[in-house]
Design a protein around this ligand. Sequence first.
Ligand code: AMP
Length: 215
Amino acid sequence: MNIILLGPPGAGKGTMAEYIENGFNLDHISTGDMLREEIKKGSELGKSAEKYMNKGELVPDKVILGMIEMRLKEKAARHGIMLDGFPRNLAQAKALDKIAEIDVVILLEATRELVIERALNRRVCAECGEVYSAKLHKSKICDKCGGKLIKRDDDTEETMNKRFDVFEESTAPLIDYYKKKDIVAIINADQPIKFETAAISGMLDYIKYEKMVAE
Ligand code: AMP
């Protein structure tokens, strides 16, 4: 099963991905995480991507597509993939059509106000990448690995507004693109995580069953 998590920045794609990847044996592929890893390593790719990321702009398609093609060749991706943060525009979606067949696009719906509030409260573990809300998690230490919780450089109000504009301009057209293929499922991202997870899990269970019957 191959799925795409689509939604504005800060809608909770990464969090949802964490909750569902294990249950469904899906390889979680986040282009944002891959880019942040390159920045951490200090690679040339990371250095050039960082300039776009800090401005809230999209990293050029050529860089992203090269990275994704390599990643999809990895063994883990054979069981099924969960794409998070990719595709981000029509060119990327069309390139993806050539390399993978998508079963469902899960659209996490969230308003600009909600994602800005969430981003300002978002803390990420500097060691393992676990994501927390400063509103719900008062400690500055990661529960999972004891690492220090930090704010992402691009989680400012200004950058979030810019990233939301970029979403509306470049990524939102993908909703119609995938609606025409009849594979979009809409989930309200403004609800407790457990209810959101339950809605997505139920849907994925059904798709899994449907695929099994079709085999
Ligand atoms: P994310 O963690 O998915 O919110 O991504 C953080 C930033 O990485 C974005 O604001 C973009 O600058 C860059 N980025 C991540 N994925 C992509 C992509 N598929 N295409 C272009 N830029 C991306």
